[in-house]
Structure formats: structure tokens, C-alpha cells
Design a protein. Sequence first.
Length: 464
Amino acid sequence: DFPDFNEATIAGIATPPGAGGIGIIRVSGPQSYAILQHLFHPKNLQHNFISHRLYFGAIVHPETGLAIDEVLAVYMRGPLTYTREEVVEIHGHGSHLLLQEILALIVTFPATRLAEPGEFTKRAFLNGRIDLTQAEAVAELLGAKTREGATLAMSQLRGGLHEEIWKIRDALVAVRAIMEVAIDFPDEDVEILDPQPLMARLDREVQEPLTQLLARAEGGKIIREGVSAVILGRPNVGKSSLLNCLLREERAIVTAIPGTTRDTIEECLDIQGVPVRIIDTAGIRETVEAVEEMGIRRARQKLGEADLVLLVLDGAEGLQAEDRALFAVAADKKVVVVVNKIDRAPDLDIGLYGEVFPGLPVVGISATTGQGIHALEEALYEAATGGHVLQEPGVAAPNVRHTAALQRALGAVQQVGVGLAAGLPPDLLAIDLQGALSFLGDIIGETTTDDVLDMIFAEFCLGK
Ligand code: GDP
Ligand code: ZN
């Protein structure tokens, strides 16, 4: 039979709120089949439901006998299901009202209740269908901001990270076995703990792959979280025009985020797979206020936690003292110098700006004609990634949680190496080795504590 960790049957609406073409209710747990039989009246069904087959019929209120909705329903026998439990799905018309009504009927069943956010996926994890990295990948996939982000999540969902970590874990287990022999039979064989081959093995099969995994963390972080960029510049240099121009050019506008203050506008762009949150420090007031009035302090506030600054200059007017003042404020950030309005200054030598801002990328653009905008995107991408190779498609990268554990594991393995070189007894070495194993176990969910699990699954949406 299949593992049934939790006696409760859970139910939830799996499709987003609001009206849609169809809406899906998902039920998982031992009562699923009984619920389906009780509420669903199939049009053509003589016998029992065949697993994984879709039936047409109606959901009928058991007391009034009235049809609530015409639906397609499917019963899926465990363990070949998302949760490995008995699962039922009811595909109704996408009316949230009707879905709510059906859901309310379902949870009147004994030992049946509403699912918590992420609970279906949590069961898939607890029942051993997926590991914790794969469960995390589900949430990541749903929230991916760019196509590249979705690809990254997908490789993790397919077990990319799990496999790599499992391999390292296997190597550690093998080394531990050798040490255990040495602990159990300390005098039998002096060569058992010959440190050289063990160290070489740890290096090749553990430290190196760990280091390689960690090297991918930064690129993964950039793809997942993206960067934020502030557009900074005097009034009328063309900040808002630049933002509009970028929005037009981009293959996808990901989201429009309402500005946190009344005088900022934020948009999220997809720049070659990197989500870039762009903040225009625009606003009605700013266009009438001089920079001095706006105050350096306010400019600094707006820079806040931005990773990048697009310093916009007016190429037709030439460099002003205020431009330099703004640059001074942004100097501790990664700055891309944008010389705008080059359409009005056809003879402008962009190279001169390179001399004023040595070492910084300088791009000449026209926000009105779109000239130079691709070069700007290129510069933005370079600045955002800092030269990191983001990801080869199909390769998973550790997230922040994994990275912390991987670093601890690496530290513990390095300790084993130091201990081996110093000729420490195997029982002492085994402690660090066990530490490394449990850090890896945290990543895949073997040894992860309940509060960490709760935190991870709380991030999910309802019905997933
Ligand atoms: P902001 O105050 O920095 O946000 O500047 P705006 O984007 O509101 O632009 C100020 C004025 O400059 C507007 O009249 C724009 O049409 C104009 N402008 C912006 N970019 C360009 C450009 O590349 N070329 C030209 N010729 N005019 C521009
Ligand atoms: Zn503006």
C-alpha cells in the first residue's frame, strides 16, 4: 500500500480566485473517493470510477438534490498522485462562488478539512514523492518572474539539485563507513585510516562538487530575486521617458508594482532573464523642484537598497553641477551612466563622458527614438549580473537556504580534512563528518526541523 501519513482528508480550490474558464477543487486523503461518490452524479457510469479517468456529470447537493454545477471529475488512486494519497479533482465552471459552495459541502465530511497553503505539496514531500528542494521548486515555479527563472525552478523540480546533493551525501557515507571500521577495530589494521587517499577522496567527491554548487548560488540568486535599479537624474533629463522606452522595448513586462511612495514609480522588467525592478524617482513635484530643493538626503533615501543606479544625463545640455552632485550621492552603488537625448546632439562625443566617469559604463541613448536602448539593456544586464554566468539551462542552483547549509557542510568537511592531516582519531573525525551529512540532510529535508518546514510551506498559495 501507499504511505498515508495523515488521516485527515484535505480540500482546497486549486485555481486562482475570480472568474475563469474552469475552476478546480482538489481533494487528497482517504475520504476522497467517498466524497466523490456522494456529491458527484456521473452521467454515464455503471460501476466504480476507474482511476485517472475523467467523468462528466454534476455536483448535486445531497439534501436539496439540486445540481450545483456541471463538472468533470477524476479519481486518482494513490500512490500515483501528486500527494501519493487518494486524490479527487473536480473541474467546475470557473465561478468562485460555486467552487466555494462545493468546497463547503466537501469539508462537512468526517475527517475532512480545508487544506492549508502548500499542504498538498507538503504531503507530497512527507509521503516521500519529492524531496524538500523539489517542494521548494514548486513554489518557485509558480512565482518565477522570468522564463529563465521558470527553467531554473524546473530543473530543481526534476530533481537536479537533489541528485547532486545525494551524490555528495553518498560519498560522505562511504567515507564514514571507512571511519566506522577504524573506530570498531582500532588495532586491526593500521592502514585503514591512511589519511592521503581519504583526503583525496573527500576532496574529489565532496569538496569539489560542493564548491561547484556554491559557485552557482550567486547566479541563481540573480535569476530568482533579480536586482533593483533606480533611475536618477535632474528634472527633465528624460527619466520617465527612459522608463517608458524600456517598458516598450522589453519582451515582457512582468509586473507593475505600485510605488512605495507617491512620487516613485516601479516596474519590473525582464532583461535577458534577469528580473530588474526599475524605480523612477519621478513624480509631479520633482519636475518642478530643483535638485537642491529635493535635497541630497531625499535622493539618498530613494537610492535606498537599490543595487544599480541609472544616472541619466541630458546629452543636449551637457554636464551640469547638479549631475555631479547626484553622481556623488550614487557613487557607492553600481552606476550606469545614461546620456539621453542624443537625437538632439548628433555630434556628441560619448567618449568624453567616459573621461568624466572613468571605469563606468556610459551609454548614449534617445528615449524618444529608442536609439541605443539595446546597448543600454546590455549594460544593465552586465551590471546586474556582475559578470556571473547565470545558468546553463537544465542546471539547478542552490537558493539562499541551500547555500547556507552547503557552506556549513563544506566547513565541516574541511575540518575533517584538517583532522585527518593532523592524525586525529577516527571517532573525532566522525563528528564533523556527521555534521556535514546532517547539513546536507537539511537541504533535502531528511533532518529539517518542523519550524523550517512550516516556514517553507507557508510561502505557498492555497490549493497547491
Ligand atoms: P524627467 O523629468 O527626467 O522624467 O523627464 P521626462 O521623461 O519627463 O522628459 C522631459 C522632456 O524631455 C519631455 O518633454 C520629453 O519628451 C523630453 N525627452 C525625453 N527624452 C528625450 C530624448 O531622448 N530626446 C528628446 N528630443 N527629447 C526627450
Ligand atoms: Zn519624470
